[in-house]
Design a protein around this ligand. Structure first.
Ligand code: NCD
Ligand code: ZN
Length: 343
């Protein structure tokens, strides 16, 4: 096959940041993706409908003329979130999900949740009104090894929340383990899981063997090869519960290359060519559209995009860096040549 036309994709987990960084990275998402679920972990976080509305306006103001892109906003769940504000956010039509960060789990998660009982009224309300919960699924206790934090979260936090809150729609975000794939497969249609581009490409050796590679460091951290293979099987299966959330998470090189560097891979510019290659290698090109364009809208109850995207078989050159007024950002390098391009 030398050309593939699919429904224009969406990104169900994206960090656009703000200010100079947002202006630099937004065009890379907008050139390929029609819509994206926009992560609320700004400093300060996007907690209320009023903040989400202002952030959305800043995104639209930064969108270059002639580009079409719809940001689907999220609220950052805190122990003080007001269920009535969540209902108002849902009714506004601007906010499509609420995001749960366990406090301390990742970048700008300090305002997240420590005592999960405190968010019960909000979760009950979300189940009632049908607003989905996006979950960063890692425990944060220091006695739990960082490579085990996702599996332990499923058992200790996620499953109890779902048992207590029947009907709550949950997205397990950026899953990294076979445990998460197996859990997702055993649940009803109220549960879905997103998978990133980079977790389909790298395992933990890529980060740590032969020298430390800060640009492969993200959270949840990449796991053993057997887990990467489980993610590939899930992504390429076409099953409705699995869809793309790139978790494209730009940080300047200055902030990545520190003694305590930031977590995040910036994959917005080359995600679609990387995915086409992965699906081709796994004999699943016919499932690419399900993963990138069909399964997500179905879970969120949104229409599938009307526009199309064509990928053609020709070498894709991507920039090694994107420059911003805050400094350069390194683009995720899968470590091999890419031979699909978006035309
Ligand atoms: C994200 C970020 O930088 O905001 N980092 C990451 O490694 N994925 C936060 C997150 O989604 O965990
Ligand atoms: Zn993220």
């Amino acid at each position: 096959m030398t050309a593939l036309t699919i429904t224009r994709p969406d990104d169900w987990h994206l960090h656009l940041r703000d200010g100079a960084m947002m202006r630099a990275v937004l065009p890379y998402s907008a050139q390929h993706f029609a819509r994206a679920i926009i992560m609320p972990n700004l400093e300060p976080p996007v907690v209320t409908l009023a903040q989400a509305t202002e952030y959305r306006d800043r995104i639209m103001a930064a969108l270059p003329d002639g580009m079409k892109f719809t940001p689907l906003m999220t609220l950052y769940l805190t122990e003080k979130t007001d269920p009535d504000d969540v209902t108002a956010a849902h009714n506004s039509g601007l906010v499509k999900a609420v995001k749960l960060y366990p406090a301390g789990a990742t970048t700008n998660s300090n305002s997240g949740v420590s005592k999960f009982d405190t968010i019960r009224p909000t979760l009950e309300r979300m189940a009632e009104i049908g607003l989905p919960l996006c979950v960063h699924g890692e425990v944060t206790q220091n006695d739990v090894d960082i490579f085990d934090r996702e599996a332990v979260f499923i058992e200790r936090v996620l499953d109890p929340i779902r048992q207590k809150t029947k009907g709550l729609r949950v997205i397990m975000e950026h899953i990294t383990t076979k445990d998460a794939v197996d859990y997702a497969r055993a649940q009803d249609e109220t549960l879905a899981a997103t998978i990133t581009t980079h977790h389909l490409v790298i395992n933990r050796n890529h980060i740590l063997a032969g020298g430390i590679k800060p640009h492969f460091y993200c959270l949840p951290v990449a796991k053993r090869e057997e887990h990467r293979l489980a993610l590939r099987t899930a992504a390429t299966s076409g099953e409705p519960r699995f869809f793309l959330g790139t978790d494209s998470a730009p940080h300047t090189d200055a902030n990545k290359l520190l003694p305590c560097g930031c977590a995040g891979c910036f994959t917005a510019p080359n995600t679609m060519p990387i995915l086409a290659q992965i699906f081709e290698d796994d004999n699943a090109l016919d499932k690419l559209e399900h993963f990138t364009s069909l399964n997500g809208p179905k879970f969120y109850g949104l229409p599938v995009n009307k526009e199309k995207m064509t990928l053609t078989k020709k070498p894709m050159q991507f920039p090694s860096h994107v420059n911003t007024d805050d400094g350069p950002i390194t683009v995720f390098d899968p470590g091999y040549d890419l031979h699909w391009s978006v035309i």
